[in-house]
Write a protein that binds this ligand. Sequence first.
Ligand SMILES: Cc1cc2nc3c(=O)[nH]c(=O)nc-3n(C[C@H](O)[C@H](O)[C@H](O)COP(=O)(O)OP(=O)(O)OC[C@H]3O[C@@H](n4cnc5c(N)ncnc54)[C@H](O)[C@@H]3O)c2cc1C
Length: 290
Amino acid sequence: MYDVIIIGKGPAGISASLYTVRANLKTLVIGKNDSSLWKAEKIENYYGFSQVIRGQDLLEEGEKQATRLGAEILNDKVISIEGNEHFEILTSDGKFAAKAVLIATGQPLKKVRVENLELFEGKGVSYCSTCDGFFYNNLKVGVLGYSDYALHEAIELEAFTKDITIYTNGKELEINSQFEKDVERFNVVDKQVYRIDGGEFLQKIFFKDGTSEDIDGLFVAYESPSSADFAKKLGIVTDNNAITVDSDQRTNIPGVFAAGDCTGGFKQISTAVGQGAVAGKKIIEYVRNL
Ligand SMILES: Cc1cc2nc3c(=O)[nH]c(=O)nc-3n(C[C@H](O)[C@H](O)[C@H](O)COP(=O)(O)OP(=O)(O)OC[C@H]3O[C@@H](n4cnc5c(N)ncnc54)[C@H](O)[C@@H]3O)c2cc1C
């Protein structure tokens, strides 16, 4: 079991790991090379660099620094976080346990555009199978997504209904080998989704080719889960999709901390690094007090 798993290897996550690993906490950092900093060609407002530096170079140096100090870094995406006394982290490639978790996944982005999606939120559209699956007992539900995150949501929904379709929105399924066999249990529709509609509640899903299907519920699990998705599942308080933290970077769930752009506010490298440092220090205290 890890003392801490840090989700996100941008400035916030890596900064936290520098503190936890130097305090001898067994630390795993999980993330991909898609930090928002990856796109920044010129950084000239971060302390300590007399010349302009590329975001990508800063990220690579940070990763090397954390690795040198003993952090384990895994290039993978997290599909779900579960638990309360300790946490189970499921990734595309494996499963890990930790005493504490830091969410440092950056700004949640809008990932899919479907007409009326927002209109039916809470009236057939959900972002959390664990929270809302129960409302769809024996009904026809869909999962909008094409990756193992979507498949994981479909598997969770099997506890409530067997009528489950994965709508890939025109994409090819990208399923990791650990889930390959599970796909066979679901209908898969690979048409591009254009619109959803209904009356008081969701009733239909429409495709770009002019066809449609009846549907009672649509669970959105597009690409990989964001901080907002993790928050919904764990019951973490958010404000306008940003995770609410106290001055010690604690969320309302004991053992779950958050830092960086996912907490809203002034979205800069310096703030992400600062919040990561505070989170690292408070995680050390938390784990030692367990
Ligand atoms: C074009 C551009 C230019 C910018 N220029 C500047 C600048 O000049 N100066 C400045 O201070 N700031 C700048 N910023 C802002 C800066 O990049 C961010 O504030 C900073 O990167 C936030 O750090 P973070 O660690 O919170 O999140 P990020 O750096 O976004 O890192 C998020 C990490 O979380 C991981 N992640 C997300 N979801 C999952 C999941 N499900 N499973 C596993 N990992 C996951 C990602 O792979 C990534 O590793 C710029 C941003 C952009 C887009």
